[in-house]
Ligand binder design. Sequence first.
Ligand code: SF4
Length: 384
Amino acid sequence: MAEKIGRFTGFHIDVHRFRPHILWMAMMSENIEISGVSGRYWHPLSDGRLQCDVCPRFCKLRDGQRGLCFVRARANDEVVLTTYGRSSGFGVDPIEKKPLNHFLPGTKALSFGTAGCNLACKFCQNWDISKSREFDRLQVSATPKDIVRTAVETRSRSVAYTYNDPVIFLEYAVDVAQACREQDIQNVAVTAGYVCPEPREEFFGHMDAANIDLKAFTDRFYWKVCGGHLQPVLETLEYLKNETDVWFELTTLLIPGENDSEAEIEQMTQWIVEHLGPDIPLHFTAFHPDWKMTDTPSTPVSTLTRSRNIGLKAGLHYVYTGNVHDFEGSSTYCHSCREMLIGRDWYELSTWNLESRGSEVVCKSCGTEIAGLFEDQPGLWPRV
Ligand code: SF4
C-alpha cells in the first residue's frame, strides 16, 4: 500500500531524562503532510483532539502530531498508521529465540518488525529499531503476501512479529496474520502486552502463540524505567489465559538492582501460579548494558539460577534461564519425574523425550502430560 511519509522535523525526546508527564505532552508535531492507513482505534475529544485508544497511553493528538510510539499520527480527521507495509528488516530465527520453548521446538520463525515502540525502556536491546525516529530504517517494502511467500520459501513454520512491539502496528500485523493462516503458517507475537482491551482482542484473535515481556513486578519499575504501568500488562496476561487459546510464555529481563530482588521474584512467580497456572513457562534472561543503561552491570548467572529456583519453588513447572550459556537452565524437564525432556544448548536441541498419546504429548518416562504445542519430532533447526 503506497503511502507518503512525512519528514520528521527534528524535535528530540531524551527518553533517559524524561518525566512521563512531560513526555506525555511532548508528542511530536509536523508541519508537513502525514499519511498512512486508517487506524481502527481512536475517537474524537470535545476539545478537537483525537485520542488514540490502542494502548494505555491514550495519546491525544492535534493535526500533524505523532503519538509516543511515533508510528501512529493524526492526519486531518483521523489517526493513521504510518508504517503499514514497511519493515525494518527480516530474519529467520529458531523459535527458541523468541523465546518460545513449548511451541513447535526446533522450527524456524520468519521474524520481522517495523519501527517505534509504545514503551520507553531505558534498557531496550533493540533501541535502534524501537526508538527509531528515522523512517530510513524502514527500507523493506513488504505486503502481507510478500511476507507469507518469504515464510513459505524459507520453510518457516511461523511468522514472528518482533523486534519492536507489534501492537502499535496492529492493522498491518493483522493483515499479515490473516494471509499466514491461509497458508497454514502460525503467527507469533513478541510483545509487552501494553494494549487496551478492544485492540487486544482483535490482535490476539489472529495470534497462535506469544511471548509476553513481563518487565518487572512493581509499578515503580514500569513507571521509572519504562514510562508505563504494570496493571494493564497483568490484565493482558489474565485475558490470554482466561479468554483465548493463544499459547504464551513469559520473559523477564533481570536487571541488577532494579527488578531482581528475591522478594519481587517470589511475588511475581506466586502471582503467575495463582492467576495463570503452573504450566506457563517463564524465562529469566540476562541484561547486558545497552541504550540508556550502560552503567548497569550485566546480570550474573547466579541471579538467573536463583530466580529460576524461586520460580520452581513457587510451583511453576517450567522456568528457564536465557541470554547465557546454561544447558541445565535452558533445558526442559518433566515436572513430575524430573527427567530431561528437551536438551537445549543455546538453540540446538539434543535430548527429545516426548511422545504423543492421543491428543496429548507426554513424558516418555512417566506419561505426565507436557503443556505446549509439540510434534512427534523436533524441527531441524539449524540444518534446514
Ligand atoms: S499506540 Fe502510539 S499513539 Fe496510540 S496511545 Fe499508544 S503510544 Fe500513543
